[in-house]
Design a protein around this ligand. Structure first.
Ligand code: FAD
Length: 468
């Protein structure tokens, strides 16, 4: 029909994976159409994920820092929280980024089609736009539809006091009593924000620790600090029922002994994981296999079972992280353009931007134990770091994991302020096959938190032993 469009490459979904792939392919000379249901591009990450959460976490950090400096000779008054202004600032940060992306698309002549897209064949997607149905045809396609929050059947999600991460980031109010279901990265980041803003927060986690996946010793400084700030962290506890009542949400918990208890809350954030959207774009109509859980399987070139269709980001599997999506997006775009490229990253770092931050990459101690793999480690406690002490935040720790065969770094974990930035050096060391001597003999600037990576390597080598 009229208004039908064709491009060498069509990218479905404009998150970090999708826009990266679209831009890269356009730079390499392909004509590209990017399909996105929402009016702004950037996906979950820019609009309702990584970026707005970090703006609010920054605000939270300022609040708790001024509070803590009060016992070190700087007495601040409790800041007055102007919720409307805080919200607009956060929205402004997002707008600046999504607006920037729109500009970058224009520069590259990437055409954006706004609307919900579903495959109608192996070389076509039907898009429901504001001006009706449009058919977009392609030679090659990259599926980058991402994921959406998991809902639980026994939770009345239609009650407005029950929110997912998107609802929590809207910052419509500061509830008096808040229940955060899920002690993973997203749940714990939002718990950090609302606690700092003044809510009494209870976090509920089924596993025996918060941030499952990270080593227990690395999580401990965070849980120790947050146990004092939060109302409570309920571990090995399930939420079994939620009743939306007039006077609040009645939440029923079941602990590890099977004992039940109930408590009233004003708001509940459900952050129990994310579900891939592979099935909702009718990928099967193009012949693409989608798993029962909604994931799309790909090979090391991001290719699906259909030769000219690729997939990237949250929809292809864990870890559901923006930097993984971006990396996969580049690989897929370059393969589409005929380059020899494959996804061969040794590690993908994970970061919880809590306070303190928790970051880890590569082999963890827990994983090594499970696999019966021998490791060596070097650990440096931040209580011996001049900079951490001068920052008034010495509760951190830097840990490096080495292969006992050749002393190469195969993993690392850091807890402490700015751990998320610090982990990149460990990631580079692993990618480059560096060993303990490489890290120990690299001169790090003093006094910095980055020195703790250097010191952890020296602790392992035994070139420093006497810490304090
Ligand atoms: P997405 O970002 O999910 O984008 C997919 C896009 O496709 C969406 O815009 C969607 O509207 C569109 N779409 C889907 N189906 C269709 C269709 N049929 N038609 C048209 N459009 C469609 N990761 C980090 O690395 N660091 C963080 O700090 C971080 N913080 C997070 C905080 C929160 C609260 C959340 C929820 C997530 C966070 N993440 C973080 C995860 C990160 O957002 C995701 O891993 C990342 O966005 C995945 O990118 P993607 O390209 O796969 O897809």
């Amino acid at each position: 029909g009229s208004g039908d469009m064709h491009a060498d490459l069509v990218v479905l979904g404009s998150g970090p994976g999708g826009y990266t792939a679209a831009f890269r392919a356009a730079d390499l000379g392909k004509s590209v159409i990017l399909i996105e249901r929402y009016s702004t591009i950037g996906g979950v990450c820019l609009n309702v994920g990584c970026i707005p959460s970090k703006a609010l976490l920054h605000a939270a950090k300022v609040i708790t820092e001024t509070e803590e400096m009060s016992s070190h000779g700087l007495a601040f008054k409790r800041p007055e929280i102007e919720l409307d202004n805080l919200r607009s600032w956060k929205d402004g940060v997002v707008k600046q980024l999504t607006g920037g992306l729109a500009g970058l698309s224009k520069q590259r002549k990437v055409q954006i089609v706004t609307g919900w897209g579903e495959f109608s064949g192996a070389n076509s997607i039907s898009v429901s736009t504001d001006d009706g149905q449009k058919t977009v045809t392609f030679d090659q396609c990259i599926i980058a539809v991402g994921s959406t929050p998991v809902e639980l059947p026994f939770i009345p999600h239609d009650d407005e006091r029950i929110v997912d991460s998107t609802g929590a980031l809207e910052l419509s109010n500061i509830p008096k009593k808040m229940c955060v279901l899920g002690g993973g990265i997203i749940g714990f980041e939002m718990a950090t924000v609302y606690e700092a803003l003044g809510s009494e927060v209870t976090v509920v986690e089924m596993m025996d620790q918060i941030l499952p996946g990270a080593d227990k010793d690395i999580v401990k400084p965070l849980s120790k600090r947050m146990e004092k700030r939060l109302k409570s962290i309920k571990l090995k506890t399930k939420v079994t029922d939620v009743k939306a009542q007039k006077n609040g949400l009645k939440v029923t918990f079941e602990d590890e002994k099977g004992e039940s208890s109930s408590e009233m809350f004003d708001k509940m954030l459900v952050a129990v994981g994310r579900r891939p959207l592979g099935a909702s774009c009718a990928a099967d109509k193009a012949g693409v296999k989608v798993s029962d859980r909604g994931f799309i399987n790909v090979d090391h070139q991001q290719r699906t079972n259909v030769d000219h269709i690729f997939a990237i980001g949250d929809v292809v599997g864990q870890p559901m992280l923006a930097h993984k999506a971006v990396h996969e997006g580049k690989v897929a775009a370059e393969v589409v353009c005929g380059e020899k490229r494959a996804f061969d990253a040794r590690i993908i770092p994970s970061v919880a931007y809590t306070d303190p931050e928790v970051a880890w990459c590569g082999v963890t101690e827990e994983q090594a134990k499970k696999e019966g793999r021998k490791i060596h480690k070097g650990v440096f406690p931040w209580a011996a770091s001049g900079r951490a002490l001068a920052n008034g935040r010495s509760e951190g720790m830097t840990k490096l994991i080495f292969d006992p065969e050749d002393d190469r770094v195969i993993g690392g974990a850091i807890v402490g302020t700015n751990a998320g930035d610090l982990i990149s050096e460990v990631a580079l060391a692993i990618e480059m096959g560096s060993d303990a001597v490489d890290l120990g003999h690299t001169i790090h600037p003093h006094p910095t938190l980055s020195e703790t990576v250097n010191f952890a390597a020296e602790m392992f080598e035994g070139t420093i032993t006497d810490l304090m």
